[in-house]
Design a protein around this ligand. Structure first.
Ligand code: F3S
Length: 655
């Protein structure tokens, strides 16, 4: 047991029920929530359906940062819906253009020692502030706003011992890329990564946040840094020193596991297409021609990142064959680089300046060309995520990105620096940040909330009702997929699909669109026949994001069970939340015993779940009987039996 660690102390302070032993179900109180618009519309529709008059958290913030294209009424309508909901229920609203939720939350709201639940998988960014920040599905976040605790399995707490001192041109991004190289995208399942050691003092709060942000790519529950004097200085500069508390591991703290990283031995690293763990030293792949370079995203778009990147570009030009763009992470960061001259360096170098928003990360307004190479300071490079299915996206530090922008090809930034005579700079934190609070709308006083009418444009569709779990599932294999299927594969994003997030009827037409365009028509035929769809998956099914539409939309189409070799944590929880049974092969080789269209029966499901027995899956086409297990807590079983969490909460309020 990892007693005395920072994560352990925060969990202990927030424990509502359960034993703090790895793998045991615990429930924790949530102090703060955040949503972004792409998950937020559905989350607030769910919150409304719960019938709770106002949020019960200490603080809830609704950010508008993902879906910024306003080429027709839909996104603008959704934004207006979110603004009216915030007024109605006592929620802070961060207006479009104010910045990316994680960056802005770190600057203005994150507090050491508190818990944060966000409907975005990179919510752990706030762990850079010593906060226990977890990404979850919108329904979990809606429940937290309604005062419900958050249920999870007590994770193992892994200590990451940062030793030594980072050499020049090695940055926070290289630390997390090194961990991804070692542990892979599955390495963090069921774990919290807690950083300690003298190397922690090397890192500013935004740099720590780069590391905790990309802990999400390890599949970790969350990542966290201690809250020390560096945290205090950052909060002081943000005008919030009163939010600071010291939070350090006890001298005798014991971690469940310890990983050591000697910072002095690190070198600039890069993740190759199409996975964030496909990491190699930059020097090994030098010479690859580059079409575009972007600095931004919730990973690397802080004031520190932008200032250093601009300094490297000073007096230089972007290579003629490269389009280079910068998307500052927040209005605050943009204001700072305007003040310190960095913005001018970008402009003079020939950069495109994009809005302070997610944008290129999800193929919004800056997708790579066909078959193109894009080098990004971002966190994800799954196939097609950037908007161009055959593009090759590389992930690296802003410094490595700038080096590629200047050279027109991938190059080790140390080599470019030597060639161009560029000196490495240390970015000092300002004594006072410009707060940039003019783009927030604070919660309305209580007495004024009643009068607020919620605005619903034609794109806002109410949630469908879902029936409870049947005792026996009768269905067919509707799809068979391989290992590491991401939520992007299941429910793609992009400019065409994102505006449909608040319209389950329209968005469900795109489920598995790029994997198998026949999937949706097949599901419709099954629905007509009154049969359920069963998906067969490989390892780490549903990795990637907290996108609950990746569970909700298949459920809407009639998927009632996913049988996989293993599941990613958030998606597993989302499947349960929407009443889709996540089953795991007892014997992984049984994966091969299914073909598309096989008739399936899963008998005595509720009885077996209640008794804790393995589940029998009968392949009626081949006659094979396959045993499956499941990884469900007692509460999750009740949720599944009720047909999903919304039914479960409604039933609870009815009692
Ligand atoms: Fe936005 Fe991409 Fe981060 S979509 S929240 S910048 S992972």
């Amino acid at each position: 047991m990892a007693k005395g660690t920072v994560a352990w102390k925060i969990i202990k302070n927030h424990l509502v029920s359960g034993k703090m032993e790895p793998g045991e179900e615990i429930a924790i109180k949530i102090d703060q929530t955040l949503t972004q618009d792409a998950t937020g519309t559905m989350c607030y529709l769910e919150f409304e359906a719960m019938g709770v008059p106002e949020v019960k958290t200490e603080l809830s913030v609704s950010y508008i940062d993902h879906n910024m294209l306003q080429t027709d009424f839909r996104n603008a309508d959704d934004h207006k819906y979110l603004m009216s909901v915030a007024k109605k229920f006592g929620i802070w609203l961060s207006k479009p253009g104010n910045g990316i939720c994680h960056q802005v939350h770190l600057e203005r709201f994150a507090k050491p020692g508190k818990t944060l639940l966000g409907s975005d998988s990179h919510t752990p960014t706030a762990g850079g502030m010593g906060m226990l920040a977890i990404g979850a599905g919108g329904l979990d976040v809606a429940a937290a706003m309604a005062g419900e605790p958050f249920y999870l399995k007590m994770p193992k707490i892994v200590g990451v011992h940062l030793k030594g001192k980072m050499p020049e041109w090695v940055t926070a991004k290289d630390i997390i890329l090194e961990l991804l190289r070692r542990l892979t995208v599955k390495g963090g399942l069921g774990k919290i990564f807690e950083y300690f050691g003298e190397g922690v003092k090397e890192l500013s709060v935004p740099e720590r946040a780069t590391i905790t942000n990309m802990g999400a790519e390890l599949g970790a529950t969350t990542s966290i840094f201690p809250s020390d004097e560096i945290t205090r200085a950052y909060l002081r500069a943000q005008g919030r020193e009163e939010d600071w508390v010291e939070l350090l591991p006890d001298p005798d703290a014991e971690y469940d596991e310890v990983i050591e990283i000697n910072l002095s031995e690190l070198e600039p690293l890069i993740a190759q297409p199409h996975s964030p763990d496909n990491v190699v030293p930059v020097r090994e792949i030098e010479g690859i021609k580059v079409d575009q370079v972007v600095i931004g995203s919730c990973t690397n778009s802080s004031f520190v990142d932008l200032t250093r990147a601009a300094k490297l570009l000073e007096g230089r030009r972007v290579h003629p064959d490269v389009v280079f763009a910068v998307a500052p992470g927040s209005k605050q960061a943009l204001e700072l680089i305007t003040q310190n001259g960095a913005l001018l360096n970008f402009l003079k170098a020939g950069a495109r300046i994009l809005e302070s928003a997610c944008g290129p990360c999800i193929g919004m307004g800056f997708a790579p060309p066909t078959n193109g190479v894009s080098v990004r300071s971002f966190n994800r490079n799954f196939k097609g995520r950037a908007g161009t299915p055959d593009a090759k996206v590389y992930l690296a530090s802003p410094e490595t990105c700038v080096a590629a922008a200047i050279a027109g090809e991938i190059i080790d930034p140390r080599k470019l620096a030597e060639r161009e005579g560029v000196k490495w700079i240390r970015v000092e934190m300002p004594e006072k940040f410009p707060y940039g609070d003019e783009a927030f709308i604070p919660p309305l006083p209580k007495e004024e909330r009643e009068k607020v009418e919620i605005y619903r444009g034609p794109n806002i569709k109410p949630l469908p009702e879902f029936e409870p779990l049947p005792e026996t599932i009768e269905g067919e294999v509707a799809l068979i997929v391989e290992d590491n299927i991401t939520t992007d594969h299941i429910m793609p994003a992009g400019a065409k699909i994102l505006p449909l997030r608040s319209n389950i009827y329209a968005i469900s037409e795109y489920v598995y669109h790029y994997v198998d365009p026949e999937f949706v028509p097949r599901m419709k035929k099954l629905k007509e026949k009154g049969k359920a769809g069963i998906i067969i998956g490989g390892e780490n099914y549903g990795q990637g994001s907290s996108r609950e539409h990746a569970a909700l939309a298949p459920r809407f189409l009639g998927v009632r069970a996913v049988i996989a070799k293993s599941f990613a944590r958030i998606h597993h929880a989302n499947l349960v939340n929407f009443g889709v049974v996540p089953l795991e092969f007892k014997n992984k080789e049984d994966y091969d015993k299914f073909s598309l269209g096989d008739e399936i029966e899963i008998p005595n499901l509720i009885e077996r779940l209640k008794k804790g027995e393995d589940i029998l899956v009968i392949n009626k086409t081949t006659g094979e009987e396959i045993l499956c297990t499941y990884n469900l807590t007692p509460v999750q079983k009740e949720i599944l039996i009720a047909g999903g969490r919304l039914n479960y909460i409604k039933n609870k309020h009815r009692k």
